[in-house]
Each structure stands twice: as C-alpha cells, then as structure tokens.
Ligand binder design. Structure first.
Ligand code: ZN
Length: 300
C-alpha cells in the first residue's frame, strides 16, 4: 500500500529531465512550513525508491534468482521448441549410457566438452574434486547397473577444490571439510601437479573397487585433465588423457588405438546407439580407411 502510494507520488514528481521537482512554493509561504513540506515529500520519495529497488533485488552482474529463472525458463522453452519427439524416443524406455563420468562440480567443466550430444550417452557424477569416495554409490550404479564399459574421471585446470585441499581449510564447515579430507594431495601444492595426482589417485581407487570388471575387460578406467587454461600446452579446452587403467606412461598411452587422431569409430545415429554397444565394439575394429572421414558424433 505504502509502496503504491509512494510510486504514484514518484510519477507525479518525476520531471521530464530526469530530476525530481517539488511543488513550487509561493512567496507567501513561510520558509519553515515550505521546508517541512519539502522534507516530508523527499522522505516519501526516498522511501518509495528504496522499497521499489528492494522489490526488484537486481544484482547488476549476475542477476537475481528471478532474472536467472526467467532466463532458464526461456532457454528451456527454446529447447522444447527445437527438440521434437524423435529426439527423446531413443531413451524414453530407459537409459543406456556409454560412459560413467566423474567430473568436478566446477561450472567451467561440462559434458559438452567431451560429447556434442551427451543426452543418453554419459552417466554424469559430479562433486568437488572429481572424487570416488564422495560419490561411490553413484559411480557404482553407473558401472554395476548401467554397465558402462568406460569410467572416465576428469580433473581440470584451476581446480578450486584442489587449491582448497592444498591449503588450510580448517575454517570450512564440517560437510565441506569432509569432502576435502578425502583428497589425497600434498599441502602447499595447489597447482597442476596436485590436480594430476588426484586424478591418478581416483583412478587407483576405481581400479581397486572395480578390480574384477577391469581384469575381465568389462571396464576401462581412464583419468584425464580438462585443460581450459591450456596450462598443459596441448590446446585450450583439450581433454588430456593421463591414465588408462593405471598406466601413466605418456608414450604408452599415446600408442593406444583410441589415441590415434581422427575418427576411429563409425558415426552412429543416437537412435541406433542404444542397442548397439556390441555393434560399436565391432565398429571400433573397423580399419580407419573404411571410416567416413568427416563424420563424427557432432554430425548426428
Ligand atoms: Zn574443480
């Protein structure tokens, strides 16, 4: 009520040149009455402005929750508009992802860097520090129930969790401390060395947990660094694979079949992928020369 009254007054008092005017006092008015009136009006205007600004809660840089939600709803409307029933058909009856992926929760790390169309493809597990121990059940679900033949653990450059774990985090809350305690990295080294150490440690933990699957060849555990700062000088945004089933020798990793540049698998429409894990293995075995050179997943 007060706000609407104030705003109405605001409308009356706001002049065309952007300034506020107050009712013109006549010469007959005594100065004290005029000043008191002016002060009263100024106060009402100030209150109205304050209330109006508070009601908007606009934070210039990020936007408030309302603005963000409006944005999200708009993005989703566009998504709905541009994705017909055919898009959802392949995974309506269930999910059959190709890989279980553990990444850091960091907002700069997303699945589109690894997969142009991750829907139905990647079983994503995210937490601070891309860890096994704080998401064990989720990872186990991907490997044991969804039977993904690949477990990919992705660390990244400029990781805040690693930075925090390498320093003094005793002032953090208990839940955050718990999730930093499980990162096995040395104190005082918050950089790439610790980021790699952590990825290798997580690969080791996964290999222990899924020892049977790895030995029987049902699961490959891979550790990689998503390097969006190009600290490793391999290209900005490159996913650098540093560990394959415990193998960390760069030359040996580079010699692996999947490390060859260019498409090594035939591209496959999304709707065909689900029933074709076996077919995919066969496609992997097809010599490179028979592949369609320009087609890849992004062309689906
Ligand atoms: Zn991180």
């Amino acid at each position: 009520m007060k706000l609407s009254v104030g705003l109405a007054l605001l409308g009356v008092l706001f002049s065309l040149n952007g300034g506020f005017v107050v009712p013109v006092a006549t010469a007959a008015d005594t100065p004290s009455v005029e000043d008191a009136e002016k002060e009263k009006i100024r106060q009402i205007v100030k209150d109205a402005i304050r209330e109006y600004v508070a009601s908007q809660r606009v934070v210039p840089e990020k936007g408030g929750a309302n603005a963000i939600l409006a944005d999200i709803r708009l993005a989703n409307r566009n998504f709905v508009r541009t994705h017909g029933p055919d898009y959802f058909k392949p995974f309506l009856d269930g999910q059959h992802p190709r890989a279980t992926v553990i990444t850091c929760s960091d907002s700069r790390v997303h699945s589109h860097a690894l997969d142009a169309t991750p829907d139905g493809d990647l079983f994503m597990v995210r937490n601070i520090g891309n860890q096994m121990s704080t998401a064990e059940g989720s990872v186990e679900y991907g490997v044991h129930h969804l039977h993904t033949p690949l477990l990919l653990i992705v660390g990244h450059s400029a990781c805040g969790a690693i930075k925090a774990a390498a320093g003094d985090y005793s002032q953090e809350s208990a839940p955050i401390r718990r999730e930093l305690d499980t990162l096995q990295i040395p104190k005082g080294d918050p950089g790439m060395n610790s980021i790699k150490l952590n990825v290798n440690y997580q690969v080791g933990a996964a290999r222990s947990k899924f020892e049977r699957e790895v030995i029987e060849g049902q699961l490959t555990v891979v550790g990689a660094i998503y390097d969006f700062t190009n600290e490793m000088r391999q290209g900005q945004g490159k996913l650098n694979i540093i560990n394959v089933n415990g193998e960390t020798d760069a030359a040996k990793i580079a010699a692996l079949e999947f490390m060859k540049e260019g498409p090594v698998t035939k591209s496959m429409p999304t709707r065909h992928r689900r029933a074709s894990r076996k077919a995919k293995v066969e496609a992997d075995a097809v010599p490179e020369s028979t592949d369609e050179p320009t087609k890849n997943k992004s062309g689906r």
